[in-house]
Ligand binder design. Structure first.
Ligand code: FES
Length: 173
């Protein structure tokens, strides 16, 4: 997914979304928790604790149960994304071609690990174990909507440097 992420979640919008989710009994309500979280995650790019509380209230369950599901599934985010989003392929071909060095460089030079956002909010990264489908360009990343392949630590750093310039001058995305 590459939708933009809101920095805040409008809880009135969440309540409105929940009002469209109806259920007949407690069991059905429980089965709709994931669906409700997906709706919110898709709309805002993440799910806050306050939004999880509204889901729990609406579906007649506990916030602990909702939050357990929210943190169990990697597709859900519990914090807003940065201005840019990068998937780092860690599939077999990319791994063999050196994706680990890219991940280490992101951590050491940019202070960002899997699922995290840089301190300046410019970039969120996610490391994916599944192949992104362009193995002949390994190792590669998908930055927002674009693939960048045959990366080295240096070309990745250049890419992030350009990204920061574009973001600070208002040209991100
Ligand atoms: S393993 Fe990375 S693109 Fe296939």
């Amino acid at each position: 997914m590459s939708h933009p992420s809101s920095q805040t979640i409008d809880l009135d919008v969440v309540r409105e979304m929940m009002s469209h989710i109806t259920y007949a009994d407690h069991q059905e309500g429980q089965e709709l928790i994931l669906f409700a979280l997906q709706e919110i995650n898709e709309h805002f790019g993440w799910v806050s604790l306050e939004a999880a509380e509204i889901v729990a209230d609406h579906l007649g369950t506990t916030v602990n149960r909702v939050y357990a599901l929210l943190t169990f599934y990697a597709d859900f985010r519990t914090a807003p994304r940065g201005d840019n989003f990068m998937l780092v392929c860690h599939g077999m071909s990319c791994y063999v071609a050196g994706s680990m060095r890219l991940v280490q460089s992101l951590r050491d030079r940019h202070g960002v690990s899997d699922g995290e956002t840089t301190a300046d909010g410019a970039l969120t990264i996610q490391v994916v174990d599944g192949c992104l489908g362009i193995c002949d360009r390994a190792p590669l990343v998908k930055l927002n909507q674009e693939f960048h392949g045959e990366l080295t630590v240096e070309t990745l750093n250049d890419l992030i440097g350009r990204l920061r310039l574009a973001t600070s001058s208002g040209g991100a995305r």
